[in-house]
Design a protein around this ligand. Structure first.
Ligand code: ZN
Length: 490
């Protein structure tokens, strides 16, 4: 069996002013041809799972392009056209493959399209015709559309958030493709979409309303004829018609069964509507007071409004400023600021540093904040994820400088935005978050996979930004209405 494979992945945020051009993909991860297999073998990613399954089953993978950009504003038309052309070109050159196996996200929008993955899948379908199977994995934050469902043969979503099952879902997708190609199954997919657009804080899979919904999905999967049931929390920080919760059932040629399963899930979600309201938010002042006064650490302050994994600037200063003025000590915090990194490099290790840092991308994430201290470390910012998410993947956060101010208050300045889901981002710079009293993470929830065990306490801090918790504060115009929580009456 020969399968064309690849990945074009982006979680877009239409409230972010940061453009996602081809260069943004090059910075984060852009692999072509055979290089893809060496980059993703033995990683906890869907591509890693494809590679595992291919090895075991003797499938030949024909890699095309694997591109991923840090979440930000819509993808430029020319970037998507370039990546899609590479993928289509790979398909043309592959010589009658048995199927197309992809890692996609599900919440990509472009400058001129609400549905990036729908476009990718439809373009491939047009290229390969009606009969060739197209199977793709999607992120739990995907906003699944009818266009995606009708173009693909099978779509398989993550079951975990934080996402620690990428490799397992990739393996499942390869096994599904294996059975399709051998004529053992004929997948039918049905989607349902309740009028609910939850904030990511309420689409965790260890607590909150998704726990029950996933249990229902798992019990449906035990029914004969059901191949897979996916629960998508969706992604609310894109103003598109289909933003939010959806369910997808995959059956063996039984549309009625698939429809029954997803309709039950939609009804159950509506019964739990109030559960989708964020419930753990703490005001910044209270969070700082609790962190400074805590008897043990580390206390994790999660900056909900400034999550680069959701498209924010990663240079927010609200919490930095509050901790500095509270005289906090023994802190680790990460701020993206290439200009400040360059200044730290000019000063050199042990040199003195004094300038305004952060708050330089837009007017939502706080003002640049004066920081004075000594340069403690300078690194190249390249490390390998050791935590449970995307384990084994090499990350390049750009040149990095650690500025120490006050009593062990370490500000890790990076050239690039990063979702600090893996503690290696601190450790590569010589800062061990487990040993700190206060750790500030610009992350909405993915950090929990690696930090929960080390944390004395975790506080979801309600700071402003393009991933802020109060969705009613954003100016939506395209999302379907009525929708929770924008409309109280649904
Ligand atoms: Zn996600």
């Amino acid at each position: 069996m020969r399968l064309v494979t690849g990945k074009i992945s982006h979680e877009s945020n239409t409230f972010s002013v940061i453009p996602t051009d081809l260069e943004a993909f090059r910075r984060r991860g852009y692999h072509c041809g055979e290089d893809i297999l060496s980059a993703f073998a033995d990683t906890n990613t869907p591509l890693g799972g494809f590679i595992d399954g291919a090895r075991e089953r003797g499938v030949q993978l024909l890699p095309t392009v694997a591109a991923d950009a840090t979440p930000a504003g819509p993808v430029t038309r020319s970037a998507l056209d370039t990546l899609l052309a590479q993928l289509l070109d790979g398909i043309r050159k592959s010589g009658n493959p048995d199927g197309i196996l992809l890692q996609l996200h599900g919440a990509m929008v472009t400058e001129d399209s609400e549905d990036g993955e729908g476009e990718i899948l439809a373009a491939i379908r047009e290229e390969v015709g009606e009969d060739l199977p197209i199977v793709a994995t999607l992120d739990l934050h995907g906003n699944v559309t009818e266009r995606m469902v009708s173009a693909a043969t099978a779509l398989i979503g993550y079951d975990t958030n934080p996402h620690v099952d990428g490799r397992a879902r990739g393996r499942e997708a390869l096994d599904c493709m294996w059975r399709i190609v051998r004529g053992e199954i004929e997948p039918v997919m049905v989607r349902s979409q309740p009028p609910i657009m939850p904030h990511p804080l309420r689409v965790r899979t260890d607590t909150g309303p998704l726990v029950d919904l996933l249990n229902i999905a798992r019990s449906w999967e035990e029914e004969p004829g059901i191949l897979d049931v996916s629960v998508f929390g969706g992604w609310p920080h894109v103003d598109v018609r289909d933003a939010g919760l959806s369910f997808l059932a995959l059956t063996d040629a039984d549309e009625r069964l698939a429809r029954t399963a997803v309709e039950e899930l939609s009804e159950e979600a509506l019964c739990q509507l109030e559960e989708f309201r964020p419930q753990t938010l703490v005001d910044l002042d209270e969070a700082v007071e609790r962190a400074v006064g805590a008897s043990s650490g580390p206390v994790i302050l999660a900056e909900i409004g400034d999550s680069p994994a959701g498209g924010s600037s990663g240079d927010g200063t609200h919490t930095l400023r509050a901790l500095l003025s509270a005289g906090a000590d023994d802190v680790a915090i990460l701020v993206k600021d290439p200009e400040a990194v360059a200044a730290a490099e000019d000063a050199g290790v042990r040199g003195s540093f004094s300038m305004r840092v952060g708050g330089k991308t837009d007017d939502l994430h706080g003002e640049p904040t004066h920081l004075a201290g000594a340069v403690r470390a300078l690194t190249d910012g390249i490390y390998v994820n050791r935590g449970p998410m995307s384990t084994g993947v090499t990350v390049d956060v750009g040149r990095t400088a650690v500025i120490r101010t006050g009593q062990r208050f370490d500000v890790v300045l990076t050239e690039r935005r990063i979702s600090p889901v893996d503690p290696q981002v601190f450790r590569q710079a010589g800062v061990d978050p487990a040993q700190k009293r206060i750790v500030v993470l610009k992350s909405g929830g993915h950090f929990r996979a690696a930090y929960t065990d080390m944390a004395a306490e975790i506080l979801d801090v309600d700071v402003p930004g393009v991933t802020a918790a109060d969705l009613t504060s954003f100016g939506y115009s395209a999302v379907r209405r009525p929708v929770f929580p924008l409309d109280e009456d649904i």
